[in-house]
Design a protein around this ligand. Structure first.
Ligand SMILES: Nc1nc2c(c(=O)[nH]1)N[C@H]1C(S)=C(S)[C@@H](COP(=O)(O)O)O[C@H]1N2
Ligand SMILES: [Mo]
Length: 455
């Protein structure tokens, strides 16, 4: 029986149509000779044969969007703010009825160690949104902006130091720039610094920052930085950083500050991120990398083995997911693929490490018809930015800063102890962990798992 890692409890039965939609190209890579014709529903793309039941069963356990309760959680604090009892949450402004957001100019030092820097002097803004002045933005004010500016998009939440993505969300929010324009910045704003509720204890502050430019405009095809208030079309829970969190779609999770309450516009161009002081490269774009979801620990010789996984699709896209099977180290002296990364050595994989290994292509699953995430009937609301409203289909697949699932069927294995490794090839042709193998800018070491085939 396939073992599902505890992080991936995203089980549901996909429609038959979804399997049929997998397409002939994928099946060819899965030893088509074993497939027999059947099927009673019109496939959505050209397709000859249904999948082998072993693979169909494994794929049926994958759900594209992560349910709120299945996200991995990161949110520091003593106590972590989401654990406060309801009345304390209200008091702390962590309820839609009491939430307030301040957008102020750097008064010197608040945005970080370094106060306003540069010849121009301190940032100037004409209409600070502050509690003191009674001008802070409340939730009703945010909803007013939302009437005109709300956007939805799908984006992966992933931690610099995480081995697996934390979750794939459909987020709704107001572009941060709309809120910043309310404050009328007029001069000397180079960086936007922000933090969330931290039990009113400066030592617990979790702060992040972005260049003003990134906030005001994204590259063509890019997604805006938003103040997110919904996940999977439901109000953002306290656990996910509600009522409002920052959501930065192309960087690692540490930029997406939860329980957001304060934004400081500043001439301080330095990175003031808490995460940077913890030995992380906080400016790193999300990397492309493959991870296993379900691989059996043991199997019988001759029995087809379905394996599934997830690929995190970073800024450089995805062209392939590959796997390789080697005799376990110590058995026949194999086990070279990604060994270096596995050993925690932080750097490029030697060509010699992977050349000896035969990498095979896995099937990358197509866009689902049932998107999961607890959406009623798995239907997306109108209309996430990555979806073409005319066709209802993704404009691109997979899209950057997302995930995609993959699957493969291993056949004809003889008894022995094996190791399976997986990797991505990004859209530029770089094999994981290249071109950015250093872990402190995002964990992308090659994953390997053992498999015992019994005679
Ligand atoms: N206020 C606050 N926001 C935070 C954090 C935190 O500790 N405090 N952790 C960050 C990090 S490091 C990550 S990876 C993401 C995780 O988001 P999630 O808990 O919704 O999965 O939240 C980010 N936002
Ligand atoms: Mo993180």
């Amino acid at each position: 029986m396939a073992e599902v890692s505890p992080s991936v409890q995203q089980h549901f039965t996909l429609t038959r149509r979804y399997f049929l939609g997998l397409g002939a190209a994928g099946i060819a890579g899965l030893n088509a000779s074993a497939f027999s014709a059947q099927g009673d529903e019109e496939p959505s793309v050209s397709f000859h044969r249904p999948l082998r039941p072993e693979l169909e069963e494994a794929i049926a356990k994958l759900e594209y969007l992560t349910r709120e309760e299945n996200f991995r959680n990161a949110g520091r604090g003593t106590p972590p703010p989401h654990t406060l009892p309801p009345e304390k949450l209200r008091e702390a402004g962590l309820h839609r009825d009491t939430w307030q957001l301040e957008v102020v100019a750097d008064s010197g030092g608040e945005a970080g160690e370094v106060a306003a820097v540069g010849q121009g002097g301190a940032a100037k803004i004409e209409n600070p949104l502050s509690k003191e002045l009674g001008t802070a933005l409340d939730f009703a004010g945010l909803m007013k902006l939302a009437e005109k500016h709300a956007v939805r998009f799908m984006s992966v939440m992933t931690c610099t130091n995480g081995r697996q993505p934390f979750g794939m969300g459909l987020w709704e929010g107001v572009p941060l720039r709309e809120v910043i324009w309310l404050a009328c910045p007029v001069a000397n704003v180079r960086r936007v610094h922000y933090y969330g509720y931290h039990n009113d204890d400066p030592k617990q502050k979790f702060q992040s920052s972005l260049p003003m430019d990134r906030v005001l405009e994204e590259p063509p095809g890019g997604l805006p930085v938003i103040l997110a208030y919904k996940l999977n079309n439901e109000w953002l829970t306290a656990k996910r950083g509600g009522p409002v969190r920052m959501l930065v779609p192309d960087l690692y999770g540490n930029k997406s500050v939860k329980w957001l309450q304060k934004i400081i516009l500043s001439n301080n161009y330095h990175i003031t991120d808490t995460y940077a002081t913890w030995n992380n490269d906080t400016e790193s774009h999300i990397k492309t990398c493959a991870r296993f979801i379900a691989v059996p620990k043991t199997a019988k010789a001759g029995q087809p083995i379905a394996i599934t996984g997830v690929a995190q699709v970073g800024i450089s896209g995805l062209s392939k997911v590959q796997y390789c099977l080697e005799a376990a180290a110590g058995d026949k002296g194999g086990g070279k693929a990604g060994r270096r990364a596995q050993e925690g050595r932080d750097g490029p994989v030697d060509a010699a490490d992977t050349a000896a290994v035969e990498w095979r292509d896995a099937v990358i699953l197509p866009p689902p018809e049932h998107w999961g995430g607890g959406l009623p009937n798995g239907k997306l609301p109108d209309v996430p930015l990555q979806i073409d409203p005319k066709t209802g289909k993704p404009r691109q697949w997979p899209f950057p800063n997302s995930i995609v699932h993959w699957a493969a069927l291993l056949e004809g294995l003889t008894a022995g102890r094996y190791e399976i490794a997986c990797r991505t090839i990004d859209a530029r042709g770089y094999a994981q962990p290249m071109p950015r193998p250093y872990l402190k800018s995002g964990h992308n070491a090659i994953e390997r798992v053992p498999l015992v085939v019994e005679g």
